[in-house]
Design a protein around this ligand. Sequence first.
Ligand SMILES: Nc1ncnc2c1ncn2[C@@H]1O[C@H](COP(=O)(O)OP(=O)(O)OP(=O)(O)O)[C@@H](O)[C@H]1O
Length: 421
Amino acid sequence: MTALEHTRRLEHRSGRTRGPGAHGSGLFARLRAECARREYEASVLAFAASLKAVFREACTGIALCQYVHVAAGVTIRTPRVGEVRLGPPTSFTVELMAGQEPADFTKGENGARLAHTLGAHGLRVEPVAGRWVRIHLLDHDPLRDGFTLPSLSVASGIEPVIIGRTEDGLTLGHALTEPGHLGVQGQNGSGKTQLAEGILTQLAAAPDVLITGSDITGLLLGRPWDGTVHRPHQVTGTQDIAAHAALLEDLVAEMDRRLATIPPRQDKIAPDAVTPTKFVVLEEFPGLLRAADGLPRPKRGEGVPVGDRIRTAVLRLLSEGRKAAFRVLMLAQRFEATAVGGGYARDQFALRISFRVPADSLEMLHGVDARPLGQEHANAAPGVAYLSGLGRDCQRIRVPYLGDYGEYCDRIAAHGRRAHR
Ligand SMILES: Nc1ncnc2c1ncn2[C@@H]1O[C@H](COP(=O)(O)OP(=O)(O)OP(=O)(O)O)[C@@H](O)[C@H]1O
């Protein structure tokens, strides 16, 4: 019998025996209730014993154990299991061995391997006290269920905007004042737009934030922003690709002005309503570069190719913009170096988010630590992403769902800062 079958049988049994004894007061009823209670207790003990045995085997299988040399040969020590709670979800306490850390149970592929051996979908490790942790066996993906982004907006870029929920159910926020650009990749339909729309609607009203940038699709920026202070700072469509380059070069000039006027004894601009954080959105950036590179190249000595102008401007914004209160949000299907303006440009993203992408793309953006996660993430559901950077380990998150495109337009209309306010 596998651990999974055992769990199911006992859960069923625990449910069935919860009530016996409650009905009837005759001798036979009391005997039946007593019998059921003993049977239940025996089944719990049997389950706990079998879980301990399977856990021990699993720890040995993934080398979360110690080999102790004794006179009779080598014995294997595994972390000791304490109290077992039937659940659901089933959980049990474990005493860490010398040199072990709680994260060892989930590091790399350990979490998935342990969980599968124990018949669970995944596991969560909660430090309890001293050297003890509680391991929770999850019977389904904690990110399976989506959640809706409430219609809210922040009053300042200092306030965090909601970007997702972790596997532990914690809401994850990101303040625009955090010193990092955001890089987001994902295949078509994986959820990039929902994330970007969610972030933009939350920022649209902040007086110290200006939403600017380039969008060849003309859906994320552009028309929904008509009538707001942000709209004149956005370039959309593919009719005039040179206009995208001109906007980005204007932003670089503004950045240079700001850098030249940083007040004495300060090393960065403190954004306010007069000098707002410029949130530079680059929607489908590789597509913009492709379109620019497809334009006829100017003759020698007659100017710089538009693609090169865009690459140079974006690289400068990425590498020097942080101190001048510039933050870039770049969206791409994959963050291949050539597609996003070079490996140096890619390295400038302090906060990196990957929706469903092929395994090699995940590693490209998040480093080799993400390699073991690649295969599973290649089939991730829309809205499920990996996030790393700004002091956070690579972790899975669920991004909130905003609604259909009409809802996005309505929220920008409701929150978008207007010139006359
Ligand atoms: N956070 C989410 N929660 C639930 N469903 C989502 C979420 N994000 C996306 N989806 C679903 O996936 C669909 C596609 O999402 P979205 O348009 O954001 O993808 P995309 O990566 O931007 O794709 P494209 O590159 O084609 O624009 C949405 O219409 C929605 O049905």
